[in-house]
Design a protein around this ligand. Structure first.
Ligand code: NAD
Length: 478
């Protein structure tokens, strides 16, 4: 049994009260590690270590910080195999996916923000009789809270800009997938990150995340997770006037017009529906299809999806691994049941599967449902699993109406060769991220985030560096 430690003041230590939670391997449904069940005392210890480290870390040059972040990126890549395997055991995702996406991107996050901070500049505003210049100063001790679906990828997406900007960090990974954050703490020690600059506190959302949110010394919270928890954080942080960045749930539409590049669309739609078992906030879960190609698309899509292999994450030919936890498995299956109750017809999947030798694991077939009203619960609520619905439409206006008909607004994919239509939709869609004839094509310089119940604020590029700094105007009269 692996015993995970907190990383506080440069040391790997247990929680003060000595309590631990169980961590499961979803491929087998078995406990394989113990995670600190930290609480307010551990959060405060982490805060104090960060506050002590802040004066000297914030005085380092951008180049010095960039060098350390680059060292961390190098160590992550050197440990690629080990980290990918660990991520897969912890989360249930195929090892091949973790190797290709999660771990390289975690290294890229550090490398990107190491470079970005050396290019980050502030403004000057000239007057006839004076000049203003803006200082961009680190906030102090900041908190980051992240989810289980892309564990190291999203954990580092927050930590890297916070550190690059000169802040010290108290970071909380998901208690469901703590392993790679623990391995990262060892990497930080090896890479020469000074003690207390980054502190990782493991544990439950209420005992750790909520304590970080209400801690008076933690100046900002950067959160990625569900809309429900985002709302809780906003409620606590608002009267304390904390800066918050909230990246939350989605119910993303893929709008498919008859004039699209059909083969490219079909290949990408299989990926955008079921990568990571559909557990990516950017997955398209409502497929809106122009009626003239609806039957053809359904036939081809169902055939392709039925050929996807659901199986153990470590097996080379596995396309779909296990979903992350028993609670999540039950939630996803309950939505399939709800869809049937709402009149949905299952065209592929719809059931749990039990690969030989992995009977206790949490596997769900990739599922396609049609015949549902665009306004029913299945089409309105986030399922966050391997489940998509098919919805036909007749006109561009109707497609846009359905696409915008949820409380969410994270991302959207539009498939058409008509450039004017693509631009019209991009302008009128309620989403923070629009892909035209693609999906998940990412440039880390771009603003990342959602509208409506999907998000507040933007991550990515200089947006993230602006979030993690405070602007101070200095005015000089000539
Ligand atoms: P979650 O909201 O349950 O948990 C996220 C994190 O918040 C965890 O670390 C958890 O321990 C912590 N937490 C729980 N309660 C808390 C509280 N009261 N105060 C502070 N922290 C608390 O989300 P999840 O189930 O881990 O992740 C899935 C969700 O994340 C989905 O809704 C998905 O759409 C969303 N997500 C969004 C993005 C994005 O960029 N918009 C990216 C990935 C995932």
């Amino acid at each position: 049994m692996i015993k995970i430690s907190n990383y506080i003041n440069g040391k790997l230590i247990g929680p003060k009260k000595g309590k631990y939670l169980e961590s499961y391997n979803p491929a087998k449904g078995q406990v394989y590690a113990k995670v600190p069940d930290s609480d307010a005392v551990d959060v405060d210890r982490a805060y104090k270590a960060a506050a002590r480290a802040f004066p000297s870390w914030s005085k380092t040059s951008a180049n010095e910080r960039a060098q350390i972040l680059t060292n961390i990126a190098d160590h992550i890549l050197a440990d690629l195999e080990k980290l990918a395997k660990a991520e897969s055991i912890d989360n249930g995702k195929p090892v091949a996916l973790a190797k290709k996406v999660d771990i390289p991107r975690s290294a890229a996050n550090f490398r990107f923000f190491a470079q970005a901070i050396t290019q980050f500049a502030s403004q000057a505003h000239e007057m006839t009789d004076g000049i203003n210049y803006t200082l961009r100063q680190p906030l102090g001790v900041v908190g980051t809270i992240s989810p289980w679906n892309l564990p190291l990828y999203l954990f580092t997406w927050k930590i890297a800009p916070a550190l690059a900007a000169g802040n010290c960090v108290v970071a909380k990974p998901s208690e469901v997938t703590p392993m790679t954050a623990f391995l990262l703490s060892r990497i930080c020690i090896k890479a020469g990150l000074p003690k207390g600059v980054l502190n990782i506190v493991h544990g439950d959302g209420l005992k750790v995340g909520a304590q970080m949110t209400k801690h008076p010394g933690i100046k900002a919270i950067s959160f990625t997770g569900s809309t429900r928890v985002g709302k809780e954080i906003a409620k606590v942080a608002a009267p304390m006037f904390k800066k918050i960045s909230l990246e939350m749930g989605g119910k993303n539409p893929n709008i498919i017009f008859a004039d699209c590049n059909y083969d490219k669309m079909l290949n990408t739609t299989v990926r955008s529906s079921f990568s990571n078992q559909g557990q990516i906030c950017l997955c398209g879960s409502r497929l809106l299809i122009e009626r003239s190609i609806y039957d053809k698309f359904k036939r081809d899509f169902v055939k392709r999806v039925k050929s996807l292999k659901v199986g153990p994450p470590e097996r080379r030919n596995t396309d779909i691994g296990a979903v992350v936890s028993q609670a999540h498995y039950e939630k996803v299956l309950s939505y399939i049941k709800l869809a049937k109750k709402e009149g949905g017809r299952i065209r592929a999947g719809g059931k749990a599967v039990f690969p030989r030798g992995y009977k206790g694991g949490w596997y769900i077939e990739p599922t396609i449902i049609e015949g549902l009203d665009p306004y029913c619960r299945t089409n309105q609520e986030e399922i966050f699993g391997p489940v998509v619905t098919l919805i036909p439409f007749d006109t561009e206006e109707e497609a846009l109406e359905y696409a915008n008909a949820t409380d969410y607004g994270l991302s959207c994919s539009v498939w058409t060769e008509n450039i004017s239509r693509a631009n019209r939709i991009a302008k009128h869609i309620d989403a923070g991220i629009v892909w035209i004839n693609t999906w998940m094509l990412r440039d880390l310089r771009t603003p990342f985030g959602g509208v409506k119940n999907s998000g507040v604020g933007r991550e990515g590029g200089f947006e993230a560096l602006r979030f993690f700094t405070e602007a101070k105007n200095v005015c000089i009269q000539f």
